[in-house]
Design a binder for this molecule. Structure first.
Ligand SMILES: N[C@@H](CCC(=O)N[C@@H](CS)C(=O)NCC(=O)O)C(=O)O
Length: 369
């Protein structure tokens, strides 16, 4: 029961414009795990997911033995443990620690920016709402125009204006994206992937925001074309990469040009996780946040992201003493050490997310839970 039968394709349920479904597709392709992408219509999909894995979110994976899975981060770790060849997790534990830190940032921080560009601009909202209405809601007996309105309203209330973005701070959210493009361009003009000419879990993480959002939605795609074409090449390089065919190794240690990314994590993302911890402790479902150049008003709290912070800490705690010292020195240099440990006790539920990837306790943002 614990083994993985790869003689039949794995089924991947989700939309083909979904952030996390796109991430999982990139992983399966790079790792050459054969899969079939399937669409399940609403409301059936929601019902089945709640029954099989406890919550409803995309993507879901069904294994040939009939088991269902959720959560890309934990699913990828599970597949990596079952298929040890052609690993995408660096063998050097220090590199692996930093690769997972980038993956977490890509999953949890860039979601809001991606949703903003898709749903704020009518060009993106028209395209995405029509696509989703036809792809996922075809069994609901309402006219397309009404489904489009309902979808757009749901996504904005859940993930953009309902998650910290206002008319006054919208530009700070967009500037944050431009900074990311600048930092990534400096890397991808020199090599194909983040840690070398070989893809890692960090690249897979970034395929979430980029593959089905920034490099697909009309407004951010044009920005990338004009300002960061190397980033566009990286999106295709990853989609085309097959780890089994790549002889190159990762670069030694932490490449210098990744430092600006880690400094952003220390300046904005980890303080955000800590502000989220405070909000959860006080049961404030909405909270304000101002750090670095980013400013959010009434951002949604997330119980899931408290667990993400715990995962980062656990990853550090499991290192050998010598590696701990190396990681600590680097985290301190990047301004990440203090915010990583700022909150002594994390407000987690008992055994929260311990059954992942087969059962989940919380959605990332609890919209329509
Ligand atoms: N941590 C989860 C996040 C999955 C997630 O939030 N997926 C989005 C779509 S890309 C979703 O299904 N959101 C649920 C909703 O909008 O109700 C993962 O890594 O798979």
């Amino acid at each position: 029961m614990n083994n993985l039968d790869l003689s039949k394709p794995i089924l991947l349920y989700g939309s083909n414009i979904s952030y996390f479904t796109g991430k999982m597709e990139n992983y399966f392709r790079v790792k050459e795990i054969s899969y079939e992408q399937k669409v399940l219509n609403y409301p059936k999909f929601e019902r089945i997911m709640k029954e099989k894995v406890g919550i409803h979110q995309m993507p879901a994976v069904e294994l040939p033995d009939g088991r269902w899975m959720t959560d890309t981060t934990k699913m990828i770790q599970w597949f990596e443990s079952k298929i040890p060849e052609n690993k995408i997790i660096p063998e050097d534990p220090v590199q692996a620690f930093f690769a997972f830190l980038l993956e977490d940032w890509a999953d949890e921080w860039w979601w809001r920016n991606a949703m903003h560009y898709r749903w704020h601009y009518s060009e993106g909202a028209h395209f995405a709402s029509r696509h989703l209405a036809e792809e996922l809601l075809s069994s609901i007996p309402l006219p397309i125009w009404m489904k489009k309105i309902l979808l757009t309203r749901r996504q904005r209330n859940g993930y953009t204006t309902g998650d910290g973005i206002t008319k006054d701070n919208l530009k700070t959210v967009e500037k944050d994206f431009l900074k990311l493009l600048e930092n990534l361009s400096n890397i991808f003009k020199k090599r194909k992937f983040l840690f070398g000419n070989r893809p890692s879990i960090a690249d897979i993480g970034f395929s979430g925001p980029f593959f089905r959002h920034f490099a697909l939605d009309p407004v951010p795609l044009e920005i990338i074309r004009q300002k960061a074409p190397f980033v566009l090449s990286w999106v295709s390089n990853l989609w085309n990469a097959r780890v089994s065919k790549i002889d190159n190794d990762f670069e030694e240690g932490i490449p210098k040009d990744l430092e600006p990314l880690f400094r952003e994590i220390g300046k904005v993302y980890l303080p955000y996780l800590s502000a989220n911890v405070d909000a959860v402790k006080q049961n404030k479902t909405k909270f304000d946040f101002k750090f670095g150049n980013v400013f959010l008003k009434n951002a949604r709290y997330s119980l899931y992201r408290v667990w993400c912070l715990k995962e980062l800490r656990d990853r550090y705690s499991k290192l050998e003493e010598k590696e701990k010292t190396q990681v600590e020195i680097l985290l301190k240099k990047f301004g990440c050490w203090e915010p990583l440990w700022r909150d002594k006790n994390l407000p987690l539920m008992d055994n929260q997310e311990e059954e992942l990837p087969f059962r989940a306790d919380r959605k990332m943002l609890g919209v329509n839970e």
